[in-house]
Design a protein around this ligand. Structure first.
Ligand SMILES: *Cc1c(COP(=O)(O)O)cnc(C)c1O
Length: 391
């Protein structure tokens, strides 16, 4: 090959977009630990610890709690492919980009899609779901807990009750929110829940934690038709992750080390303390954004603490703002998705990024790049956030 390659050197970044988020030094170290075989007794111990830590973050006792060896979208696909049989009616609540992805998967896996459309920026009410279920025969319902495209946090506890009253099972997407806010899978009676490694868990992308309760397991084991994916078949996967330990695929050993270490950090901090930290840093960030005279896309009561679209001021190109933040400060924020494309930028305060230093840096940097683009902020965001931290 007749070309030169430079040495890998991405430089320093602050990953304050919709994921991946910053990783702790200990997680980098875990990734560089020596490889062992995936059926090595040492790795088997790591697998057991990983499952236990997953149960801790999901707040569940579910036996079927494993990391899928692929990204969050594969977690989504695992849930739909295992639970849909051809012709099954499936209700999907679409309030943004990822709800729409769920709907696409239902159709690809042979389900009969019943779709209810929510307004972007507003969560679904339990009565909307009840009405939809009264008018169809869906026995499976999918909803996104934190819709990363809009920044809405969707209450799901009452929806789970309604789904159960109709004899159905509920799938909840917690890719963006697991580890950042309270999602007690067992006490909310979420039947099926999936997440991703790279958002509030602050591990590298490429792993999708999944948990399923006994109702979901029984439905899967009682299927009349085979699951239309070999790789994501939970029955086969549980023979690998369960006590049989029979070869299914080769677990990505280093990524599992990393996920385990990231969850160990969450365990050491304590889940509740982590939730409080996410809430505090969101509150300081909000104070800063409000003081600067900028606007959130979502009304306050519906906002998730870990991801928020901020509307670009009139006449300001949000892509230019993002470009300057990355160029001048190494800060990555996300662009707007779907209806918000070109109108908003999305700020993530996920996992290791939910820190005072990140919030203060971002607010200060934002003030400077806005000025550079010709927009004078109303007041200092940094000072307003400082008041929150000092109180
Ligand atoms: C990021 C995300 C996904 C997809 O995860 P990938 O790891 O990108 O495949 C799904 N749902 C939500 C809510 C997300 O934020």
């Amino acid at each position: 090959m007749n070309r030169e390659f430079s040495q890998l050197n991405p430089g320093k970044r602050y990953l304050m977009g919709p994921g991946p988020s910053d990783m702790h030094q200990r997680v980098y170290q875990a990734m560089s630990a020596p490889l062992v075989g995936h059926l090595d007794p040492y790795f088997q111990q790591v697998m057991e610890e990983t499952k236990d830590l997953l149960r801790y973050v999901f707040q569940t006792k579910n036996e079927w709690t494993i990391p899928i060896s692929a990204t969050g979208s594969a977690g989504m696909e695992t849930c739909f492919t295992n639970l849909i049989e051809p012709g099954d009616e499936v209700l999907i609540c679409v309030g943004g980009y990822f709800g729409d992805r769920m709907a696409q998967m239902v159709e690809r896996h042979g389900g009969k899609l019943v779709r209810i459309e929510g307004e972007w920026g507003i969560p679904f009410s339990a009565s909307q779901v009840k009405q939809a279920l009264d008018n169809c025969n869906a026995s499976l319902v999918g909803i996104v807990h934190t819709e990363t495209s809009t920044g809405v946090e969707q209450p799901v506890e009452d929806i789970a009750k309604i789904v159960h009253e109709h004899g159905g099972l509920l799938i909840v997407d917690t890719v963006a929110s697991l580890g950042g806010t309270n999602i007690p899978v067992d006490s909310w009676e979420i039947d099926i829940c999936y997440s991703g490694s790279q958002k509030c868990l602050s591990a590298p992308p490429g792993i999708a934690p999944v948990t399923m309760n006994e109702r979901a397991r029984d439905r899967i084991l009682g299927r009349k038709t085979p699951i239309d994916s070999w790789y994501l078949d939970m029955g086969l996967l549980m023979k690998y992750w369960g006590s049989e330990r029979s070869y299914h695929h080769t677990a990505p050993v280093s990524s599992i080390y990393a996920l385990r270490e990231a969850m160990l950090l969450i365990h050491e901090e304590g889940l509740e303390n982590g939730f409080s930290r996410h809430a505090l840093n969101y509150t300081a960030f909000k104070a800063g954004i409000d003081a600067m005279g900028l606007s959130f896309f979502v009304e306050e009561p519906y906002r998730a603490p870990m991801i928020n679209p901020i509307l670009a001021p009139e006449g300001i190109d949000e892509a230019k703002l993002r470009g300057r933040l990355l160029q001048d400060y190494g800060i990555e924020v996300g662009g707007g998705l779907g209806a918000l494309k070109g109108k908003a930028f999305r700020v993530g305060l996920m996992g290791q990024c939910s820190q005072k230093d990140h919030v203060m840096l971002l607010l200060g940097a934002l003030e400077q790049v806005l000025l550079a683009e010709g927009h004078q902020v109303q007041a200092s965001g940094v000072s307003a956030a400082a008041i929150v931290y000092n109180s």
